[in-house]
Design a protein around this ligand. Structure first.
Ligand SMILES: [Zn+2]
Length: 346
């Protein structure tokens, strides 16, 4: 058993403990599969949903960790009756204990930040360090979890919850994985709307994030979800996650995806990746500029001794700007708003 049914406290107390053990809770049985990895199987399954909820892939993103830990605690205590399979992952326990985003910082010149959320889809190969082992361990847990149930009607879901370094015009937004055939599931977008998500950014290429890994390797419906700004443990205003919490409770208990209004979502496509091409590379924006801030046409957004990036159309906006990284890496995404009618849904 876990003291006070508090898996977060347990994980922070033993961030390196990887022994496996089983225990029972009022509506099913549980297995701790390693540090921060808890698999819950319901006694009575209400639907064939297998849900991965991952939080704290970046150790300092505490809001979602507290949100999901609270739900898991309610299940372990018996206040909520679990009706679906659940894999709860606290992604980076060692960083969470230190209240920092990464562990292996400044490992070498090529790898100044070991960003765990860029190490999936096998990208951990040929690297070394804590985050590398962790990516490998998480991939393996997700594989075991998803592959335990196959067949007709089985639905695989993975929501990877984050908070962002900077503010955002849309406080809550989701990143949709790249889908080559460009057909999107309306049910998933309506669920995001029900969770209080305000915008969805459609990726333009494959990536090596945790959610993309579940999408590409396990055919899960999977999203990276940003839920506001980074705060330290205990300082999160959990009321701002009320809609997310409500929708997750319904999903955990009944297996039903709550459906919000699609029209509540602003949709964006990625137009260009900004790549830091030279040490002289800089973005012509303020440090505290919010995600999705739009620019005027012809504004020189980025420049280096090698090239300049000129905004193509008024309204084009920037997301995830960051130049504190090695040459060759992504310094931001330029995105453009697109009407709902421009997308194919099924
Ligand atoms: Zn993050």
């Amino acid at each position: 058993m876990i003291a006070n049914n508090d898996f977060l406290a347990y994980t922070l107390a033993y961030p390196e403990r990887n022994d496996v053990f089983d225990f029972v809770f009022p509506s099913g049985h549980a297995r701790i599969e390693g540090a921060g990895i808890l698999c819950l199987e319901p006694e009575k399954q209400q639907s064939k949903v297998s849900l991965v909820l991952s939080v704290g892939i970046h150790g300092n993103e505490t809001g979602p960790i507290e949100l999901v830990n609270g739900l898991v605690k309610s299940i372990l205590v018996g206040d909520l009756v679990l009706g679906i399979r659940l894999l709860f992952i606290i992604g980076n326990p060692r960083s969470a204990v230190k209240a920092q985003r990464f562990c292996d910082v400044n490992l070498n010149r090529l790898f100044c930040d070991v960003n765990l959320n860029r190490l999936f889809c096998g990208s951990w190969q040929s690297q070394q360090g804590y985050e590398i082992q962790r990516a490998q361990q998480l991939e393996s847990s997700v594989k075991t979890f998803f592959e335990a149930v196959e067949g007709v009607g089985a639905q695989r879901l993975h929501y990877d919850l984050h908070t962002a370094i900077r503010g955002s015009i849309y406080e809550k937004f989701a990143v949709h994985p790249f889908v080559p055939e460009e057909t999107y599931q309306q049910q998933q977008l309506a669920f995001l709307a029900a969770c209080g998500i305000e915008a969805v950014l459609f990726s333009h290429q494959p990536t090596t994030t945790f959610s993309y890994h579940s999408f590409a390797q396990h055919s899960a419906q999977a999203f990276t979800i940003e839920l506001g700004k980074v705060r330290v443990f205990g300082e999160n205003d959990l009321s701002s996650f009320a809609l997310m919490k409500q929708s997750l409770v319904v999903l955990l208990v009944t297996g039903v995806l709550a459906q919000g209004r699609l029209s509540a979502l602003s949709l964006y496509e990625v137009l260009d990746s900004l790549i830091k091409d030279h040490d002289s590379y800089r973005l012509n924006i303020a440090d505290e500029l919010e995600n999705f801030t739009p620019f005027k046409q012809y504004f020189c957004l980025a420049e280096s001794l090698e090239q300049r990036y000129i905004v193509k159309q008024t309204g084009d906006a920037i997301v995830f700007p960051n130049t504190k990284l090695p040459v060759g890496q992504r310094a931001g995404l330029v995105v453009r708003s697109k009407p709902m009618s421009a997308f194919n849904f099924q």
